[in-house]
Design a protein around this ligand. Sequence first.
Ligand code: GAR
Length: 190
Amino acid sequence: MGKRIAVFASGNGSNAENLITYFDKSESGRVVLVLTNKADAGVIDRVEKMGILCKVFANDQWKTGEAILKALHEEDIDFIVLAGFLLRIPLNLLHAYPHHIVNIHPALLPKFGGKGMYGDRVHQAVIDAGETHTGITIHYIDEHYDEGSIIFQAECPVYPTDTSSDVAERVHQLEYRYYPDVVEQLLYKV
Ligand code: GAR
């Protein structure tokens, strides 16, 4: 069955779904747990329909991280994948899972990263800056937003007529294409 993966997500959960589907057919690992900080996040319905255990923790529980770490240990989690997760990762998790937590950012870091930069805000900032390219960055998580070492990047064009949802759509396609693959390569090394 390979490594046991937890996905953290705060929103719609399309990447979470894509990861679950991919690892269903992979020897390297399996998504066995999804954690969220939002009781009304789209990801909950999505993954429960796929038979995956999903737990909600309130924002103050994400500050200390104790209950989160307990939930991860209960499910014997080896590796953590963030997919549209918007809170800071508590220190106790960073210590318990060094180099075992990765994030995907919907732009080419170090540009367009940092606190408050998520989803459409990132794409709008890319358009406002007149960029002709954007993309995805997969990186390790450390104590700072969007500053852990970069593992992988891929690019796509930005056209002058693009809206933020056009860019989001193109970036999502890159995420679906590459995120599971890159995580799989990492799982073989941990
Ligand atoms: C994804 O594009 C992900 O890169 C982004 O949120 C989206 C979640 O979509 N993450 C960030 O902006 C983190 N700073 P999804 O819920 O459909 O997977």
